[in-house]
Write a protein that binds this ligand. Structure first.
Ligand code: S3P
Length: 427
């Protein structure tokens, strides 16, 4: 297992190119596969998770051709007409791959078994199979809740569903199944998670109506292939915004970053912490995109409430690291979903902060951290979770002594060049 040794840096400066957004990359491939005609995807994220989606789609008969360094051409199947896979579909570490494919496959005339790595096979899947079963889908889950899971495609019908968890993966799985169902599907409740599916389906010629109260999808609509430029991933950019903010005399500038308001929660929180973060919108459609920059700042604590969580869900481990350096208390609440991510991120954060000599009060649905606290180099357990490995690499930049990031190779799940870029920005 690879390890990475890191130590503190005096400055953090540069203009890194940020790889494509992971959520938009998965969706570009899946929507392109369902569409008629061809879909050209530029700046697609080349990472383990997105490669899991591409290889599952290929097993389902979809042609995906690499036509440039970061460009692929997806040859659409003109609807929900995939081929029955002859082998198990391996989703690797990717929850998005598994959950979105459950929605895509539920109504197709085929049988498929989906599995994942040890981490993915421990994550809850009933939250997806339950609404899809109400639509007429048939699922067999290990222990009633987990992968490996088998889908036997059945004709689907629309439903009214009150979503209890603010999860874009569940919302998207229902929306995709709804396109292949008879009648109308209406989702109410916790719908304020990232809205890439709503925006991108419109880009592929599908009408989705959404407002503050509901998302409505009419069944039987077809997607039309379209070209798409994947914006830089704001959850990746967050590491560099965070590092620049923590280290005096630092400046990081980035272009073509997603400024989708359902994803900019970390930048907003950083501003509330006193971070000097600026952004400028350049393009609006289908995904808002523009520049972002941050410089060394004096940070103060921040209170993150349940309603703030969906827009920064993946950045909370990094926020915990920042909180140790901020003056005053940082409180995060309503973030119990962190317990069922690639690792139990609340426990992973607590264990690693304590290893670095910091104090944290872990709660059922979040944590409280008082700062500033001195961090000392330590051995960091990644728990095979890319966001934990990267968040604690940023902690290493402000810690005394050396920090060893164990299982550092897991950064390839979303950002294979993470350590190379980190070293090029450390001065
Ligand atoms: C994702 C949604 C988020 C996020 C994940 C990607 C997506 O999960 O944590 O990394 O692409 O829809 P939930 O919104 O399902 O919690």
């Amino acid at each position: 297992m690879a390890t990475e040794i890191l130590s503190s840096t005096k400055k953090f400066r540069g203009t890194p190119v940020i790889p494509g957004d992971k959520s938009v990359s998965h969706r570009s491939l899946i929507f392109g596969a369902l569409a008629s005609g061809e879909t050209e995807v530029t700046h697609l994220l080349n990472s383990a998770d997105v490669n899991s989606t591409a290889s599952c789609l290929r097993q389902l008969g979809v042609e995906i051709l690499k036509i440039g360094d970061d460009k692929v051409l997806v040859k659409g199947c003109s609807g929900f007409r995939f081929k029955e896979p002859s082998e198990v579909l391996d989703c690797g570490n990717s929850g998005t791959t598994m959950r979105l494919l459950m929605g895509v496959l539920a109504g197709q005339d085929l049988k498929a078994t989906l599995t994942g790595d040890a981490s993915l096979n421990k994550r809850p899947m009933k939250r997806v199979s339950e609404p899809l079963s109400l639509m007429g889908g048939h699922f067999e889950l290990t222990g009633g809740n987990f992968a490996p899971l088998t889908i036997k495609g059945k004709p689907l019908h629309g439903i009214n569903y009150d979503l209890k968890i603010a999860s874009a993966q569940i919302k998207t799985a229902i929306m995709l199944a709804a396109l292949n169902a008879q009648g109308t599907t209406t989702i109410t409740g916790e719908i304020h998670s990232r809205d890439h599916t709503e925006r991108m389906l419109n880009h592929f010629g599908v009408r989705v109506t959404s407002d503050d109260h509901q998302v409505v999808v009419e069944g039987g609509q077809s997607l039309k292939g379209n070209s798409i430029r994947v914006p830089g991933d704001p959850s990746t950019a967050a590491f560099w915004l965070g590092a620049a903010s923590l280290i005096p005399d630092s400046l990081v500038k980035m272009e073509n970053i997603s400024l989708n308001p359902s994803r900019t929660g970390f930048a907003e929180a950083l501003k509330r912490m006193g971070g000097v973060v600026t952004s400028k919108m350049v393009i609006h459609d289908p995904e808002p995109m523009g520049t972002m920059q941050a410089r060394g700042s004096r940070l103060v604590g921040v209170h993150i409430r349940a309603e703030d969580v969906p827009a920064l869900i993946d950045e909370i481990p990094l926020l915990a690291v920042l909180a140790t350096q901020a003056h005053g208390a940082t409180i995060v609440e309503g973030a119990e979903e962190l317990r069922v991510k690639e690792s139990d991120r609340l426990e992973a954060v607590a264990q690693n902060l304590r290893a670095m000599g910091a104090t944290i009060e872990v709660r059922k649905d979040g944590f409280a951290i008082s700062g500033p606290q001195k961090l000392k180099g330590a051995v960091i357990e990644s728990f095979h979770d890319h966001r934990i490995a990267m968040a604690f690499s940023i902690a290493a930049l402000v810690a005394s002594g050396e920090t060893e990031i164990r299982d550092s190779g897991c950064v390839a799940i979303s950002y294979p060049d993470f350590f190379k870029t980190l070293k090029s920005l450390s001065r």
